[in-house]
Ligand binder design. Structure first.
Ligand SMILES: Cc1cc2nc3c(=O)[nH]c(=O)nc-3n(C[C@H](O)[C@H](O)[C@H](O)COP(=O)(O)O)c2cc1C
Length: 363
């Protein structure tokens, strides 16, 4: 058992999940401000884990998933934890308080979380102000993605929804090393996503006109049927999308150990953590095959060990991300994954992590 699991987790799990997140986050901010980040700092990933993708230097393949640092406040600390990059946001064109509380829940029997935060974030002005305190020098070796979603409001629908996303993209894109368009948040006010052919086509056409030169990725849900996912990816390819983030949280509750009563009490929201692993990796493998390994994929969902990260890379992900694993395993998880990946590479007699990408898929 790690120090986190022995000491910090019992304290955090004694609080409701959103308060625990705020406590962990404000402790992080305190460490960052008092320049005490060294107390939690991990070793940088080994050279064998470094790759260049989109012309950017990723010192390690493990990144922080969107949703943890929605307001880009904690990047200096996050960059000390062994991560190779981070995805901040989702940020939306208008600030939002999200859904009423409680809206975040733990399922310890499943090593999972359910959230219906509803895209709470401070909006682009505050977001960019916060982001500017992460120095250009630090960012040279630590790419920062900005994840953009539609503002959480049932009044912003259809073409207005597209305009809203495009406005936000125009505001933030010059500050992003890569952009991710979150078309798959299950917690939208109108209960709809852009994962439908016509809506996606309309969105991508408008984005094509507005986007700059930087990489633009699209994030899908693990609930999208493979046949539909294939069609949507085809559409994205026509619009020269640079890569894919697979996957977001799930609305499904199939196969969970948590009791039916508990799940009913919690109600709707996006499921994350261990139960996502199989569904999400299946989608990574599928898209990797479809595109014959020609486009970078960021794989995520249920990663809490080096072996799971390795499986995503073998399935065709060039990079991986995590969120829920941090809640159950603590911040040193990232360092552990990096070490396990280096050991696995060594065992396989490989020089660089690139050699592993897609190695478990027959094209
Ligand atoms: C509390 C919480 C908030 C999240 N917020 C966002 C978000 O704002 N935008 C987004 O694209 N994904 C969001 N996600 C989804 C994660 O980025 C990720 O896709 C998902 O949790 C699966 O990874 P995991 O199993 O490692 O947690 C959120 C996840 C959690 C648990």
């Amino acid at each position: 058992m790690s120090i986190y699991q022995k000491l910090a987790r019992p304290v955090l799990f004694g609080l409701n999940p959103e308060s625990a997140h705020h406590l962990a986050f404000s402790t992080g901010k305190l460490l960052q401000k008092s320049k005490l980040s060294a107390l939690v700092a991990a070793k940088k990933p080994g050279k064998e884990l470094a790759q260049e993708i989109f012309g950017l230097e990723f010192r390690g393949p493990v990144g922080l998933a969107a949703g943890f640092d929605k307001s880009a406040e904690l990047l200096p600390l996050i960059s000390e934890l062994g991560f190779g990059f981070a995805e901040t946001g989702s940020v939306t064109d208008q600030p939002s308080n999200g859904n009423p509380k409680p809206r975040m829940f733990r399922l310890p029997e499943d090593k999972a979380l359910i959230n219906r935060l509803g895209l709470n974030n401070p909006g682009p002005d505050v977001f960019l102000q916060n982001l500017s305190s992460f120095s250009v020098k630090s960012r040279a070796k630590f790419p920062v993605g900005i994840n953009v979603a539609k503002t959480h409001s049932p009044a912003i629908l259809g073409n207005k929804g597209i305009e809203d996303i495009v406005n936000c993209v125009s505001k933030v894109q010059e500050f992003a090393d890569f952009l991710v368009i979150n078309i798959s948040c299950p917690n939208t006010a109108e209960g709809k996503t852009f994962e439908e052919e016509q809506s996606l086509e309309n969105l991508l056409s408008e984005l094509s006109n507005a986007r700059g030169k930087g990489p633009l990725l699209v994030k899908f849900s693990p609930d999208t049927e493979l046949s539909l996912l294939e069609k949507l990816v085809e559409q994205c390819e026509k619009h020269e999308v640079s890569g894919y983030v697979l996957c977001n949280t799930s609305q499904s509750r199939a196969g969970l150990n948590s009791s039916k009563t508990k799940l009913e009490e919690i109600g709707p929201g996006g499921l994350s953590g261990a139960p996502l692993f199989d569904k999400s990796i299946e989608r990574v493998r599928h898209v990797y095959k479809q595109l014959r390994g020609q486009k970078p994929i960021i794989g995520l969902g249920g990663i809490d060990s080096g072996q799971k990260a390795w499986s995503y890379l073998q399935a065709g992900a060039s990079l991986v991300e995590l969120y829920s694993g941090l809640v159950y395993e603590g911040p040193w998880l990232v360092d552990r994954i990096n070490k396990e990946l280096s050991q696995l590479l060594d065992k396989e007699g490989c020089q660089n992590i690139k050699e592993i990408i897609g190695s478990g898929v027959t094209l």
